[in-house]
Ligand binder design. Structure first.
Ligand code: AHR
Length: 502
C-alpha cells in the first residue's frame, strides 16, 4: 500500500473543536458503579471515586462527558439522585433491567467531572417526562439561588450552580426500544417546547435535539427533517449515533467503516441544511455525534448482552463489556479521523462509553483498572489535535471491500497549531498484509524535525485479535515508529500492515 499526502497550511477546514474528544457515562452496567464510583475500593477517595480510573481518564483526555444516559435517561427521575443518599429511592431501571440504587446522582457526577476536569453534557428525560421536569432541572443546576429548585441544590450542599452549558433533549426517541418512543412530529414539538422553556430559565445553554439512532433506522432522514422543521430555531445541534462491528470475519469492510461514518455525517449535514434553506433560517445547526464506537452486538452467545441479563433484577450487572483488539483500535482511529475531517460541522462527539461498557477503560470490582487497545488513538488525538484542522490531499492505493467498494488503503487526518508550529498527523494503514509507504509533502510548512512518531499495530507473537485483558493489560499499545524521517522537506514513513500511527 502507498499514499502521497499533501499538507498545506492555507487549506484548513475549521478550528479543532475540543468537544470532539468527548465521552459518555451512562447509568448502565458497570460504567458508574464499580467503574468511576466504587466506595470501599482500595483506590477510592473519600467520595468513592476510583483514583486509578481517574488517572486513566486524565491520560485519555476527554473534554466533555455526557450523562446520565443513554436509554437510561428516558425513564430517569433526576430528583431521585439528589439529597441525602440514605433517603434516595431504589428504582427499577427498565432500559437495562437493573436495580438503580441512586447512590450516585447529579451532585456526585458534578464533583467527579470537576475532579476529572471535564465539561458536563447533561441529558434530560423526554421519554416519560417533559417540559416541567426539564426546566426544573435547569433551575436546579444553573440558577444561583433564591428559588425553590436552586435553594434545594444549595441545601443539598452545592452553594454554587453547576453551570451546565450543554444539554441533550432526550435520547434516541426514534427507537421502538426507547421508553417513551415517539414519532418525529411528537418529538419535534416536545423538543421545541422543552428547549424554549429551558432557555427561559437560562438563555446561555446550548441544546442538542435527538437525531436518528443510527443510519439504518427506517425513519433516518425524514426524522431529522421533521424534528428540525419544528425545532430548528430552538436548538443548536442535532445528534448522531453509530456503532460498528466486524461481520462474518470481513475485516476489510470493517476497517473501512469510517467511509460509512463520512457518508452518514454528509447525509445529516445535507438534511439540516435543507431545513435551513426551506425555513429561511439564518443560524446554522451543527452536529453532536454523541454516541459512537465499535460495539459487538452479538447474538445469543455471550452472557453480557442486555436481553440475557433480563432474566433477573440486579444492581450494576456486567453489560456489553467488549474486549477490544488491534483491529478495533485501528478502526477507532479512523472514526476519529472522520470526525476531525468533519470538524466544521461535527462540533461535539462522545465515544460511548467511558468505563467498562464498550469502553476504552476497564476496571474490576475491588481489582485493577487498565487501558483497552482503543484507548490509544483517542488519547493521542485528544492531546495532539490542536489549532486548525487541515484539508489534506490524499492520493492512496485502493483496497476492495464487500461493503464499501474500493477504499483508500491509508486513511489520514491532520491538524496544525499556528502558535506552536506543531503539526499532528494521524494515519491508519487498512491493509492486513502490506506495509504502507507514506510520503507527506509538507507544503508551505518549514518542518524542521519529527518530534515523535508512534504506531499501534499487531504486537510480536500476537495477531489482529490480540486485546488487553486483566492478565495482559499492556499487550496492545503504542511503540516508536522508527521508519519515519524528514527527507527534503517531506515526511517519509512506513506503516506496518494493520496499524494506526501518529
Ligand atoms: O451506549 C449504549 C446505548 O446505546 C445507549 O444507552 C443508547 O443510547 C444506545 O442505543
Amino acid at each position: 500500500a502507498r499514499a502521497r499526502i499533501t499538507i498545506d497550511r492555507d487549506f484548513t477546514i475549521a478550528d479543532v473543536p475540543r468537544r470532539l474528544f468527548g465521552s459518555f457515562v451512562e447509568h448502565m452496567g458497570r460504567c458508574v458503579y464499580t467503574g468511576i464510583f466504587e466506595p470501599g475500593h482500595p483506590q477510592a477517595d473519600e467520595r468513592g471515586f476510583r483514583r486509578d480510573v481517574l488517572a486513566l481518564v486524565d491520560e485519555l483526555g476527554p473534554t466533555v462527558v455526557r450523562y446520565p444516559g443513554g436509554n437510561f435517561v428516558s425513564g430517569y427521575r433526576w430528583e431521585d439522585g439528589v439529597g441525602p443518599v440514605a433517603e434516595r429511592p431504589r428504582r427499577l431501571d427498565g432500559a437495562w433491567h437493573t436495580v438503580e440504587t441512586n447512590a450516585f446522582g447529579l451532585h456526585e457526577f458534578a464533583a467527579w467531572a470537576d475532579e476529572a476536569g471535564v465539561e458536563i453534557m447533561e441529558a434530560v428525560n423526554l421519554g416519560t417526562r417533559g417540559v416541567e421536569e426539564a426546566r426544573a432541572l435547569v433551575e436546579y443546576a444553573n440558577h444561583p439561588g433564591g428559588t425553590h429548585w436552586s435553594d434545594l441544590r444549595r441545601a443539598n450542599g452545592a452553594e454554587k450552580p453547576f453551570d451546565i452549558r450543554l444539554w441533550c433533549l432526550g435520547n434516541e426517541l426514534d427507537g421502538p426500544w426507547q421508553i417513551g418512543h415517539k414519532t418525529a412530529h411528537e418529538y419535534g414539538r416536545l423538543a421545541q417546547e422543552t428547549a424554549k422553556a429551558m432557555r427561559l430559565v437560562d438563555p446561555t445553554i446550548e441544546l442538542v435535539a435527538v437525531g436518528s439512532s443510527n443510519r439504518q433506522m427506517p425513519t433516518f432522514g425524514t426524522w431529522e427533517h421533521t424534528v428540525l422543521t419544528h425545532a430548528y430555531d430552538e436548538v443548536d445541534y442535532i445528534s448522531m449515533h453509530a456503532y460498528y462491528q466486524e461481520h462474518d470475519g470481513d475485516a476489510a469492510s470493517f476497517l473501512a467503516e469510517a467511509v460509512d461514518m463520512d457518508a452518514f455525517i454528509d447525509g445529516v449535514v445535507a438534511t439540516v441544511d435543507a431545513v435551513k434553506a426551506a425555513g429561511k433560517h439564518r443560524k446554522r445547526v451543527d452536529i453532536s455525534f454523541d454516541e459512537w464506537n465499535v460495539w459487538y452486538q452479538r447474538g445469543l452467545d455471550t452472557d453480557d448482552q442486555p436481553h440475557l441479563v433480563a432474566r433477573r433484577w440486579r444492581e450494576h450487572p456486567r453489560l456489553i463489556e467488549d474486549a477490544y483488539n488491534v483491529t478495533d483500535a485501528v478502526v477507532v482511529g479512523t472514526f476519529l479521523h472522520s470526525l476531525l475531517r468533519h470538524g466544521d460541522r461535527v462540533r461535539i462527539a462522545n465515544q460511548a462509553q467511558l468505563v467498562n461498557v464498550i469502553a476504552p477503560i476497564r476496571s474490576e470490582e475491588g481489582g485493577p483498572a487498565w487501558r483497552q487497545s482503543i484507548f490509544w488513538p483517542f488519547a493521542r488525538m485528544a492531546r495532539l489535535a490542536r489549532g486548525r484542522i487541515l484539508r489534506l490531499a490524499v492520493d492512496a492505493s485502493r483496497i476492495a471491500t464487500a461493503r464499501h467498494g474500493d477504499v483508500d488503503a491509508v486513511d489520514a487526518a491532520a491538524t496544525w497549531d499556528e502558535e506552536t508550529g506543531a503539526v499532528a498527523l494521524f494515519l491508519a494503514n487498512r491493509s492486513l498484509s502490506e506495509p504502507g509507504d507514506v510520503t507527506v509533502d509538507l507544503h508551505g510548512l518549514a518542518a524542521t524535525a519529527i518530534r515523535s512518531a508512534e504506531v499501534l499495530t499487531v504486537p510480536e507473537g500476537g495477531d489482529r485479535f490480540t486485546a488487553n485483558l486483566a492478565h495482559a493489560q499492556d499487550a496492545v499499545g503504542l511503540v516508536a515508529l522508527d521508519a519515519a524521517a524528514l527527507v527534503d522537506g517531506s515526511l517519509r514513513a512506513t506503516l506496518p500492515p494493520l496499524s494506526w500511527a501518529v
